[in-house]
Ligand binder design. Structure first.
Ligand SMILES: Cc1cc2nc3c(=O)[nH]c(=O)nc-3n(C[C@H](O)[C@H](O)[C@H](O)COP(=O)(O)O)c2cc1C
Ligand SMILES: [Fe+2]
Ligand SMILES: [Fe+2]
Length: 395
């Protein structure tokens, strides 16, 4: 995509990656992504905010050529991760006079990750400003969104917040700004769930701090920009701090149908009792969808048949993922079928030890679930409803 003007002298110069389907060798990208990079021309100086993934360095350099940029005074690195900093070496080669502005921590990481020479850096303090002549940039340190070194950059005169990964969405689109709110909401929620959710306590503090800024446009480093910042700020407030919903997330797997039968029964029992459920067959599911459902759910029930004395490995992976994402779930349980014995419950319990949950009595059955097992599942459904009521999740 060619450069596009956001405001007079402020250009979007990054790249759209339509075909990428996996991020961090883990996160599915059903809609591709973009690496947003911005050129700001002031009356006295020119700044580039973030770069692009190194696979797309050529797009950024071409765009800077198209804009007629012969010299850059400041390159700002909000974040050291390679999808935004991977092209820094090429940019610094082409514009050797540029000073690289970043936090002290980001400097260390960029030296370690990309071998950038220490002498090109100028570190900036939290709240520090630099003048581009008629324009001023303020640096807002925002650690742990989602790495320890991150910062945001605020362009005061235009009231634009360059928020880097915060508020981003993995969405390849020709829309510069949000046009289809439903689509962007979904993509931004997926992004939040997979990348930001583990840091929600600190993000809440950053959101409070942002209340003190007058923001007209939020420009993240992935996906379209927000000309109505309230759309994404309110969504984040809800995801970060909203009460969990009267919902059970049920990731499971079944080799021969027994655990599936248990899932089918439990889902029916929960729905009869007014609890909504999102079930995911882990042999085919998109784990991003599982992550998204964990943003809101009050309870997680993990369905695991026993294999080689423990949980099916695909379920163990999902449990590790849920544990790492630290959602606001309050209750957990385990169901599953076994043939002769194993340590499935102990293993899964150990894998989700980060979750601050009350564990409800697991239901395991030998082979196909019989009448007693189905009653036990009804009992689990009753238990979940009781806990949701006690916690005020069901009014
Ligand atoms: C490859 C394989 C390994 C298994 N290992 C164990 C085991 O170590 N302990 C056990 O109790 N059952 C084991 N089983 C039996 C299953 O747990 C049992 O058949 C269960 O009902 C399967 O549930 P599902 O129909 O939901 O897949 C194994 C089954 C398979 C296919
Ligand atoms: Fe990142
Ligand atoms: Fe990123």
């Amino acid at each position: 995509m060619k450069p596009r003007e956001i405001k007079t002298g402020v250009y979007s110069a990054g790249a759209v990656d339509w075909d990428r389907r996996l991020f961090d060798s883990r996160i599915p990208l059903p809609d591709g992504t973009s690496y947003n990079s911005h050129l700001i021309r002031g009356s006295e100086a020119t700044a580039l905010v973030d770069t692009v993934d190194d696979t797309m360095a050529g797009v950024l350099l071409d765009n800077l050529d198209r804009l007629g940029i012969k010299d850059i005074d400041y390159v700002i690195a909000n974040h050291a991760e390679q999808d935004h900093s991977g092209s820094l070496p090429c940019v610094l080669d082409k514009f050797p006079r540029a000073k690289l502005l970043t936090t002290e921590k980001c400097k260390g990481l960029l030296i370690d990750l990309l071998g950038i020479k220490p002498e090109v850096f100028t570190t900036v303090a939290d709240g520090e400003t630099i003048s581009l002549g008629d324009r001023t940039l303020e640096f807002v340190h925002a650690s742990w969104v989602h790495w320890p070194e991150t910062m945001l950059t605020y362009l005061k005169e235009e009231k634009i917040l360059f928020s880097c990964d915060l508020f981003g969405s993995h969405l390849a689109t020709t829309d510069l700004y949000v046009r289809d709110e439903g689509r962007v909401y979904e993509a931004a929620k997926r992004y939040y769930a997979e990348i930001m959710m583990p840091f929600r306590t600190i993000i809440k503090k950053h959101l409070e701090r942002l209340n003190g800024y007058d923001i007209d446009i939020i420009v993240p480093s992935h996906g379209p920009f927000y000309s109505e910042p309230g759309f994404i700020l309110n969504a984040y407030r809800d995801w970060v701090a909203g009460e969990p919903a009267n919902m059970v997330v049920l990731p499971y797997i079944s080799m021969h149908g027994s655990t599936r039968e248990m899932v089918r029964h439990l889902v029916g029992a929960l729905v009869e009792r007014g609890v909504s459920v999102q079930q995911f067959d882990l042999s085919v599911t998109d784990l991003g969808k599982l992550a998204m459902s964990l943003v809101d759910a009050a309870t997680i029930v993990i369905g695991a048949p026993t294999v080689l004395a423990g949980a099916h490995p695909a379920v163990a992976y999902a449990a590790i993922l849920a544990n790492a994402l630290r959602p606001k779930v309050r209750f957990a349980s385990i169901i599953g079928s076994y043939g002769w014995g194993g340590k499935t419950v102990e293993q899964i319990s150990g894998l989700i030890s980060n979750l601050k949950v009350e564990v409800l009595e697991p239901v395991l059955c030998k082979g196909l679930p019989g009448e007693g097992d189905l009653k036990a599942l009804d009992g689990l459904a009753d238990g979940i409803v009781g806990k949701h009521k006690e916690a005020g999740i069901i009014k």
